[in-house]
Design a protein around this ligand. Structure first.
Ligand code: SF4
Ligand code: SF4
Ligand code: FES
Length: 902
């Protein structure tokens, strides 16, 4: 720590940080543009000028840029100094000369950092009377809009997009006052994290194109703290509603999880909530039914008994628990393929019973050597990929430390490091976006990936079983990876369920355990498929196949399916037979699916925007999401539909729980593994009221005047401390309950500065969520001894593997209109030489048969696919429920028509 003097007052400061960082951390207001806590300082905008004095006697001082000045002991600065204030006002006046001043029609208006900084500098009068520079805007795709005239040339967008997120197709073009930030030509932004430009850009150049289509001023949104439901990372979000529609999703800073950023699936996938196809009324035998009629029928079926329930990894813990209570734990089935459940439980057991700590995403970023086994992280757990890109810099950045270059001094650090990468290795079935930052990468069948992993463990610690017949180049690679992990300060192994291989997961654990035996605490991170895969697995459901058996063997007659399309979970034939065998099928879901089509009763389920719930992310962190608005029609939380007492008259009452806290209390009481869930967020009575609507919320009295001129009473919320109103208690809410960041004078998302202990660090009051899983550092389990045999290419029984797509592989986001534009068409990918062996050309069709299932797909040639392997897009193939990996036959369609089988 250092003592610095601000306006002659001594203050304690972090000496390793720059002055801007320190001043903001201490709560001072100082305008800035080009600096961002995640990007460091470049001194480009000259907006953060302060006066620095040599010592107490120095009354003249000199102007310095706070973001470019270290906070050394004894530093004396003034923000209020007249010259510094005038300098800042002059800078903003210069920036505003070409700014269009179109705030009233700008999408950013009302939460614009440029507006805030303009007010903060006191620049209130426009004196420039001449023509302004204008640009042509570009089409950047369905997610992000472009309005270049608003640019103030701070450079943040390009620095974020290229240097932080690894994008290649956005850049700065031209010179002097015509510098242009955009693409070389119009086209969809290629980077999976392009939506963060909306928040990174301090003005309205890059804006949310999905919000534009149902635009609402930011202060008119009713908001709630939420958690993304589109993958297992559990990014924290603020979601905003107006007139019963979800209007947008923005980042909600959580230091340990998503930090400042979201991926595009998470930011723009929300529109499934507004889908016209939403199920909003009860349906009985294909006909819309009134509530009491549906409940009478529902109760009658439940009272018939012999009822089983199928849970869901995309439903909350509470909804899964309600179903489990309704049918009994022995009749509660997982709703995911058996292999997926078993792999998830294996990974969770490894994390709980061994020494490998499951790191938060913030910890992932701090790791200085990484080995990824079998995962396409960018497409499966996107925001982790963003963190891994920063982890790659951890070792090279030590050079800057040795040369005493402050790490926040972004450009000198980048000049020094150039393209140097830290030890980052990937072994995956096909090329992934992260390959470009890996020092070495290998593409192989899952069993061969596992063999490499086991060989790495053996190379680290010879007590781990060796791998026989490993090709020399793999053996050498295993030694290089082992050496890199062994010599790292904080090694990380990443794996998961994506390639459906237990051996790959075990190999990842083996490496962590081997490192532990050598005295190195390795972190172990597993990617899971869906937002609550871990939570569902922790409830110990029965395998789905046993549900099929229960019906087949007549042990059950009724099946209740919770937020789940079973046709995505198992082969069509099996699911159809299962549903045919059921006397009654009851489905609870948001959108029509092949499963709801088969249901006798369909109950309309609330989405994450309309209900409260808890999800457990891949780290094992339980996080609470809260409803933003009261849904229309008969829509209600699944746990309310299912939390009933069948013996009661369900048309009038019969609810087990009146409020969310009661379900949570029952859950933690019943499932010891989930005992921590109660601490994920304060309950209804634990905190005074928290307003979902900002102070500036307008139209409250007239919004529904077309229906009635009497202002309706705001809805009550019995489930949380959040209120559907502008009225809040006097205290600032704890982070888990905070619907949005706002502070006087800070209307943009940069206001998060005011909520952190220190800029870029933890939130005041603690980052939301509670870790349910902790490793056992003192226990090193016995090594796995079963090492799979090498896989040789088989061009008769091809190995069919899933290929993941950020846009398309996830069930809910792909129905959002903007995302659906980016979903690829189904295909099957093979190596060109394998295509030649099959006698097909790229673009021709091939018949894929797996067991009794078959479909035709267009062939795509990819040189990254290993020999004898064919990739099909996960969640997109016509064989949606196909369990992969699987062995399959490939026959060109022309030949298949004549019955030729190769
Ligand atoms: S587009 Fe935005 S982020 Fe990029 S330079 Fe201009 S103002 Fe800065
Ligand atoms: S990384 Fe996952 S949780 Fe985070 S925003 Fe993207 S889809 Fe949502
Ligand atoms: S923020 Fe300091 S120069 Fe831009």
């Amino acid at each position: 720590m250092a003592t610095i003097y601000i306006e002659n007052e001594p203050r304690q400061a972090d000496a390793s940080q720059n002055l801007l960082h320190v001043l903001l951390s201490l709560g001072y207001d100082l305008p800035y543009f080009c600096w961002h806590p995640a990007l460091g300082s470049v001194g480009a905008c000259r907006q953060c000028a302060v006066k620095q004095f040599r010592d107490e006697q120095d009354t003249t001082g000199k102007l310095v840029m706070a973001c470019m000045t270290p906070s050394l002991d004894g530093t004396r600065v003034s923000i209020k100094d007249r010259e510094a204030s005038e300098f800042r006002a002059a800078v903003i006046q210069g920036l505003m000369e070409n700014h269009p001043h179109d705030c009233p029609v700008c999408d950013e208006g009302g939460e614009c950092h440029l507006q805030d900084m303009t007010v903060m500098t006191g620049h209130a009068t426009r004196r420039y009377r001449f023509g302004k520079r204008t640009f042509r805007n570009q089409y950047l795709g369905p997610l992000v809009n472009h309005e270049m005239n608003r640019c103030i040339q701070c450079q943040r967008c390009v620095r974020y997009y290229r240097e932080y997120a690894g994008g290649h197709d956005l850049n700065a073009f031209r010179l002097r006052d015509t510098v242009y930030f955009g693409r070389f030509e119009d086209g969809v932004l290629e980077n999976e994290f392009s939506g963060n430009l909306v928040e990174i850009c301090p003005t309205g150049v890059f804006t949310d194109a999905t919000l534009k289509r149902h635009y609402t001023r930011k202060w008119d949104l009713q908001m709630s703290p939420s958690v993304c439901v589109h993958c297992a990372a559990g990014c924290n979000t603020s979601i905003g509603e107006r007139y019963g529609a979800l209007r947008r999703v923005i980042n909600r800073y959580n230091h340990e999880v998503n930090g400042y950023f979201l991926c595009d699936r998470g930011r723009f996938g929300y529109e499934f909530v507004n889908n016209e196809q939403r199920i909003r009324e009860c349906v009985v035998n294909g006909q819309t039914a009134d509530l009491s009629g549906a409940m009478v029928r529902f109760g009658a079926i439940l009272r018939d008994g012999k009822c089983i329930g199928v849970g869901s990894p995309r439903a909350s813990l509470e909804s899964n628990f309600a179903l489990r209570q309704l049918v009994g734990p022995d009749n509660f089935y997982s709703g995911v393929p058996d292999e997926e459940l078993s792999l998830t439980q294996t990974a969770l057991a490894i994390l709980k019973n061994g020494p490998g700590r499951s790191p938060s995403l913030n910890e992932v970023e701090q790791c200085d050597a990484v080995f990824v086994l079998g995962e396409d992280v960018t497409n499966v757990l996107p925001v982790m990929a963003l963190r891994l890109r920063q982890a790659v810099r951890q070792q090279p950045i030590q050079k800057a430390k040795q040369l005493k270059i402050p790490l926040w001094l972004d450009q000198p650090v980048r000049e020094l490091l150039q393209d140097e990468k830290g030890p980052f290795f990937i072994a995956s079935p096909y090329a992934t976006k992260l390959d470009e930052v890996a020092v070495e990468r290998v593409h192989a069948a899952p069993d061969n990936i596992a063999r490499l992993g086991f060989a790495v463990a053996h190379a680290i610690e010879p007590g781990a079983p060796s791998v026989s017949d490993l090709p020399a180049e793999m053996e050498a690679l295993a030694h290089r990876i082992a050496e890199a992990l062994r010599s790292a300060e904080s090694p990380l192994i990443v794996s998961g369920t994506s390639c459906g291989s237990r051996a790959v997961i075990e190999a990842a654990a083996q490496i962590a355990w081997a490192l532990h035996r050598t005295g190195k605490a390795a972190k172990l991170s597993f990617c899971f498929p869906e937002c609550n895969s871990a939570g569902l697995a922790l409830m110990q459901p029965q395998p789905l196949s046993k549900a099929f058996q229960a019906l087949e063997q007549g042990r059950a007659e009724t099946v209740v399916v919770l937020e789940n399309d079973l046709y995505r979970r198992a082969e069509t034939r099996k699911v159809t037979a299962f549903l045919d065998a059921a006397r009654h099928v009851i489905a609870v879901d948001h959108l029509p699916t092949s499963t709801t089509e088969r249901a006798e009763i369909v109950l309309p389920a609330a989405t994450f925007a309309e209900a409260d719930g808890t999800l457990v992310n891949n780290e094992g962190r339980a996080q609470r999401f809260f409803q933003a608005f009261v849904p229309t029609g008969q829509v209600r939380a699944s746990w309310r539909w299912l939390g009933v007492r069948p013996e009661a008259d369900l048309s009038t009452n019969g609810h087990k729980w009146q409020a969310f806290d009661q379900v949570v209390a029952a859950l933690v009481n019943d499932v010891p593994e989930l005992a921590g869930v109660q601490q994920a967020a304060p309950g209804h009575g634990d905190f005074g009221k928290v307003a979902r609507e900002p102070n500036r919320y307008s139209g409250r009295t007239s919004m529904l005047a077309n229906i009635s001129v009497h202002e309706p009473k705001p809805a009550d919320d019995p489930d949380s401390a959040l209120a559907f109103s502008m009225e809040s208690g006097p205290q600032a809410p704890p982070p888990a309950l905070n619907p949005f960041f706002w502070s006087p004078g800070w209307n943009s998302i940069q206001s998060v500065n005011k909520f952190q202990h220190e800029i870029g660090g933890a939130l005041q009051g603690g980052d939301p969520g509670i870790r349910l899983i902790e490793s056992k550092a003192q226990v090193v389990p016995q090594y796995f001894s079963e090492i799979p045999s090498a896989v040789a290419p088989d061009r008769v029984n091809w190995l069919i593997l899933p290929c993941f797509h950020i846009f398309g592989s996830e069930e809910l986001s792909r129905t959002a209109p903007a995302i659906s534009e980016l979903v690829p068409s189904p295909y099957i990918a093979v190596r060109p030489e394998d295509g030649a062996l099959l006698g097909v050309k790229s673009g021709e069709r091939i018949k894929l048969s797996v067991g009794e299932e078959a479909c035709e797909l267009e062939v795509a040639f990819r040189t990254d696919v290993p020999q004898g392997i064919a990739l099909v897009p996960s969640g997109l193939s016509p064989l949606n429920g196909l369990r992969l990996p699987a062995k399959g036959r490939l026959v060109p369609v022309a030949e298949a028509a004549y019955g030729v089988v190769k």
